[in-house]
Write a protein that binds this ligand. Structure first.
Ligand code: HEM
Length: 298
């Protein structure tokens, strides 16, 4: 018997290239928001551990306050790619979602808990209370959601394991095992989080609400984190690409579109880094303008 579900007799209402384009564009936006959440939250948690340092506390508060807004983008920018992925690859995606059904449906509850913890994290920081454990709980839950999404998106590509999984539990009680691509792919997203989180801090340093010293601290730390995790991100990407099945590697190597996409991707990343270096230099150039009370004059 054929494992892969039959083609839906209802035709697509628009050309496939249009759905694919919209899928890639909206998913990229979702990824930016996800990286800001995962990286920004971890950085805010680490900063909140240094309660004795006024700069760390101010930086943690600034990031934490924005994370609840970032979460709205994570969710709202997750819905469109989910719809496009279902339209394009529904037969695979629905099957894998059912096979891990208990975990897949649990994302809704975990997401709500994470969201609530983000508010608590920010409120506790504002009140000057110990908050790192609340933020860390939110980060662990968000990381688990990321893991479940990576699990589903890789399981949908492995129809050869579907039958055994369904035999093991028709209720979707088990997660798949034995996929060498899953962990590198998940860690790639986590490493990217710290890269984007660092860049975000450089951007945040330009806020007029920070004092000159705070700007210097936030921009300097963000720049260092971005530089370090930019390198980690690159290696994680090479690792994730290296463990792809032979058919995927061959497809990437031969298709001219993917050659172009790789160059466009690297070019885009270089532009982002140059842009943030410029922001960093702008923030530093304005440092001497400090009032008697030590706060920025502008
Ligand atoms: C804390 C919340 C979330 C986190 C941390 C998160 C993280 C991630 C990660 C890491 C991936 C990449 C998985 C991979 O391909 O390896 C991903 C993909 C995806 N996420 Fe999210 N996500 C979150 C919430 C959501 C929500 C609420 C939705 C939808 C309503 C959503 C929709 C998607 C979709 C559709 C994909 C993959 C689509 C594809 O590959 O075609 N995500 N997410």
């Amino acid at each position: 018997m054929q494992s892969f579900p039959a083609v839906d007799p209802i035709p697509l209402p628009a050309p496939i290239w249009l759905f694919k384009l919209l899928h890639i564009v909206t998913l990229s936006l979702h990824f930016v928001a996800v990286e800001m959440l995962l990286g920004g939250l971890l950085l805010a948690v680490l900063l909140s551990l240094f309660r004795g340092s006024a700069h760390s506390h101010v930086a943690a508060r600034a990031i934490a306050r924005r994370l609840t807004v970032v979460m709205t983008y994570v969710i709202n920018l997750g819905v469109p790619p989910l719809l496009f992925a279902q339209v394009l690859y529904g037969r695979a995606l629905y099957t894998s979602s059912v096979l891990i059904g208990v975990y897949w449906i649990s994302i809704i509850g975990i997401l709500m808990l994470t969201y609530w913890l983000l508010y608590r994290f920010s409120a506790r920081l504002d009140a000057g209370k110990s908050a790192w454990w609340v933020g860390l709980s939110a980060w662990l839950l968000a990381g688990f959601i990321a893991r479940l999404l990576s699990t589903n998106m890789t399981l949908m590509l492995r129809p050869e394991v579907w039958r055994d999984m369904y035999s093991a539990s028709a209720a979707g009680r088990f997660l798949p095992t034995g996929d060498p691509t899953l962990t590198p792919r998940w860690l790639l997203m986590l490493a990217g989080g710290l890269f984007i989180g660092g860049l975000w801090m450089v951007y945040l340093a330009g806020r007029s609400t920070f004092s000159a010293d705070e700007k210097k601290f936030v921009a300097g730390l963000g720049g260092k984190v971005a530089a370090l995790f930019g390198i980690v991100y690159l290696f994680a990407g090479l690792w994730a690409a290296g463990v792809q099945p032979q058919a995927v590697k061959a497809g990437l190597a031969t298709h001219p579109l993917y050659h172009f996409a790789a160059f466009a991707g690297y070019g885009w990343m270089a532009l982002v880094v140059v842009g943030f270096c410029w922001l960093f230099s702008q923030a530093s150039a304005r440092l001497p303008q400090v009032g008697l009370d030590g706060r920025a004059l502008w």
